[in-house]
Design a protein around this ligand. Structure first.
Ligand code: IPM
Ligand code: MN
Length: 355
């Protein structure tokens, strides 16, 4: 198995190192041969070669079996609206070129961290759902996009084809079949033509999955239901922009953004990354929580290599570290000593090797 490691910006290199160490440990334990190669991406790549997703990085991804990704983004670009190249363009280019049309973001609750949620414990306890976000269509990629000649009018275009909707909704049904067999299809069909196509296509697919309970929900209502009744969701599927917004909302429900992994899958190599950003203020300080990236590595072993037992061992190590209070500052119990990023990594590696 060969993986491309793209650490990216900010805390990316620190958290990716931990996830890679954990992956190496688990491969050693089970006797799998692991090859990995580093590539550059994001602001780091802009600084080095002037392109946030250079061709060499794309080629590396294409010849690998999976991509382990850290984070990208730098405030230098956020505060400069005139910047011509931005780190985020690298991420979008990667998604498009690798054909990563589905972004899977599982949201699970850790009982011992429920009190960290901004919501009442009785609301979040037991929440366990999967957001399936369409990732290569909609407003992010629709053309035309731009400004009128006088600069006073701007436009984005939301485009979806029947084919794009079919593949993502079908994939969501497949996940629902493997889980609790409930699918919530989120759209704005009362206003948008693209949403009406989503609903039409979904209604055609639904009969093929008679065991799955299908629920159609407008996105504004879904935003409300997510915080009011998060345990009512099993699998949720939606278009790119709605998914971007709802998954940020969903990520804080459990009170631990530093714990949530993701997988982006599609036509070519799949990418596994934490859902949080590059947290530039903490870069190099060895304080960031590596668990979201470690859990992304677990998703990688499962989805890209079918190594379910190995992934389960990583999750067991993560659960044990939380139970034993081997936690970084963001999730540490008040008054208890916080562990550094690398200390958490070392603890996980020891747990895995001695399991
Ligand atoms: C995400 C991010 C990206 C997105 C940005 C960085 C382009 O917010 O992965 O959710 O909007 O898709
Ligand atoms: Mn986002």
């Amino acid at each position: 198995m060969k993986i491309a490691v793209l650490p990216g910006d900010g805390i990316g290199p620190e958290i990716t190192k931990v996830a890679l160490d954990v992956t190496i440990a688990v491969c050693k334990k089970y006797g799998h041969e692991l090859n990995y190669e580093y590539g550059i991406v994001g602001a780091d790549a802009i600084d080095k070669v002037g392109n946030p997703y250079p061709d060499e990085t794309h080629e590396l991804c294409m010849r690998s079996d999976a991509v382990l990704f850290g984070a990208i983004g730098h405030p230098r670009f956020d505060n400069d609206p005139t910047a011509k190249v931005r780190p985020e363009q690298g991420l979008l280019a990667m998604r498009k070129k690798l054909g990563l049309y589905a972004n899977l973001r599982p949201v699970t609750t850790f009982e011992s961290l429920v009190y960290k949620s901004p919501l009442r414990p009785d609301i979040v306890r037991g929440a366990d759902f999967m957001c399936v976000r369409e990732l290569t269509g909609g407003l992010y990629f629709g053309r035309p996009q731009g400004r009128s000649e006088d600069g006073n009018t701007a436009y984005d275009t939301c485009v979806y084809t029947r084919e794009e909707v079919t593949r993502i909704v079908t994939l969501a049904y497949e996940y629902a079949m493997k889980r609790r067999k409930k699918l919530t299809i989120v759209d704005k069909a009362n206003v948008l033509a693209t949403s009406r196509l989503w609903r039409e296509v979904s209604r055609e697919i639904a009969p093929a999955y008679p065991e799955v309970e299908t629920e159609y929900m407008f996105v504004d209502n879904a935003a409300m239901r997510l915080i009011q009744w998060p345990t009512s969701f099993d699998v949720l599927v939606t278009e790119n922009m709605f998914g971007d917004i709802l998954t940020d909302e969903a990520s804080v429900i459990t009170g631990s953004m530093g714990l949530l992994p993701s997988a982006s899958i599609g036509t070519h190599t799949s990418v596994f990354e934490p859902i949080h950003g590059s947290w530039p203020e903490a870069a190099g300080q060895n304080i960031a929580n590596p668990l979201a990236t470690v859990l992304s590595a677990a998703m990688m072993l499962e989805y890209a290599f079918g190594l379910n037992e190995e992934a389960a061992l990583i999750r067991k190590a993560v659960d044990a570290s939380i139970d034993k209070n081997i936690r970084t500052q963001d999730i540490q119990v008040e008054g208890e000593k916080a562990y550094t990023t690398s200390q958490v990594g070392e603890w996980l590696v020891n747990f895995i090797l001695s399991a």
